[in-house]
Write a protein that binds this ligand. Structure first.
Ligand code: UFG
Length: 325
């Protein structure tokens, strides 16, 4: 299969590229390098530096014998999306309309879309399965849900098959150390913990310790980025071979608290990692955990690296390389 991986120089995208290459597929990466990094590109994949709002370049990239498009090009900071909805509407929504229209014009029939557990909003039950109501709490989650609706209509009206992959909390780095580009200004817990460990930040702010969880801090379902990446390859084969579309959760089905992440990170890095408990962050649910049974059943997916120790040690290895003592 020949895959066009849009957003393939980004954190998750580069792991997806690696996984497609390892599975023996031909890959073209399309990225505007606004968040993606050239260090994340692999020589085996061709590269087009362009924006998803540039329709002509997108169409030309798809008219090169592409069988499947993997779309990971999105802004993803939930907090920022509430302050700058225009930015998220333009890139995430308009950009996706361009991608889908170009796919139709180019005759590409398969699309794998990075969706998010943010489509669910505050859970009404746990573990969250795919039947859970979708009520996004932030604009970012709204853009992901709108795109899922769009995909369903394009499937129904035009036969564009899709896999919408609802990621829980992506974390970790390639365990073989082949991906080393760090995200600029990370907003997620584990990279921030690592920035404290390497001395780039003084301390971690823990957003609230009075949640109704065992230790009072928020519980999340962290899933290793290479496990996520493997699911993209499986999903691509699945929708192609079965000629059906699919919406699935991808999570480890294990809840881990913020405090536990910090304790494990201290133990694995040998660094003190000071913390300050501050007020709750608006829109943070106390607890999120996935049911990933559907992905396991339909795709034969099985997380291999999503235990806390591997998540943290694989991230630490990359931070250590980027910030030598
Ligand atoms: N946290 C802190 N301090 C920080 C950063 C995070 O205490 O400096 C806490 C948060 O309050 C939360 C947990 O760490 O409880 C994880 O926070 P992240 O910002 O890393 O991730 P979120 O759970 O907010 O959201 C992530 C992705 C979303 C996705 C969601 C799905 O960023 O895109 O997981 O579960 F939708």
């Amino acid at each position: 299969m020949h895959a066009l991986i849009i957003g393939g120089a980004g954190y998750i995208g580069s792991h997806v590229v690696r996984e497609f290459l390892d599975a023996g597929h031909a890959v073209a990466v399309y990225d505007n390098l606004s968040l993606g990094r050239t260090e994340n590109l692999f020589p085996e994949a061709t590269f087009v530096e362009a924006d998803i709002l540039d329709y002509d370049t997108l169409l030309a990239a798809m008219r090169t014998g592409i069988d499947a498009v993997v779309h990971l090009a999105a802004f993803k900071a939930a907090g920022e999306s509430m302050e700058q909805p225009q930015k998220y509407a333009l890139n995430n929504l308009n950009g996706t309309v361009n991608i889908l229209n170009a796919a139709l014009d180019a005759g590409v029939r398969n699309i794998i879309f990075s969706s998010s557990a943010a489509v669910y909003g505050e859970p009404t039950y746990i573990p969250i399965d795919e039947h859970h109501p979708c009520n996004p709490e932030n604009f970012y989650g709204f853009t992901k849900l709108e795109i899922e609706y769009l995909l369903k209509w394009y499937d129904r009206l035009k036969g564009l098959r899709f896999a919408a992959l609802r990621y829980f909390n992506a974390a970790g780095y390639d365990v073989d150390g082949r991906i080393t580009g760090l995200e600029n200004n990370p907003a997620n817990l584990l990279p921030i913990v690592m920035e404290v460990a390497v001395g780039k930040r003084d301390k971690l702010q823990i957003f609230g310790d009075n949640y109704r969880t065992d230790d009072g801090t928020c519980v999340r379902d962290y899933v290793h980025v290479s496990d996520l990446a493997a699911a993209h390859v499986l999903a691509c084969d699945y929708i192609h071979d079965n000629e059906v579309s699919l919406t699935v959760n991808l999570g480890s089905e294990t809840g881990v608290s913020v405090k536990r992440v910090v304790e494990e990170a201290r133990a694995l890095t040998g660094k003190p990692i000071p913390v300050d408990v501050v007020g709750r962050r608006p829109g943070d649910p106390g607890k999120l955990a996935a049911s990933a049974q559907k992905a396991k059943r339909n795709l034969g997916w099985k997380p291999r690296y999503s235990d806390v120790a591997t998540l943290i040690s694989s991230t630490w290895n990359v931070y250590r390389k980027n910030f030598p003592a």
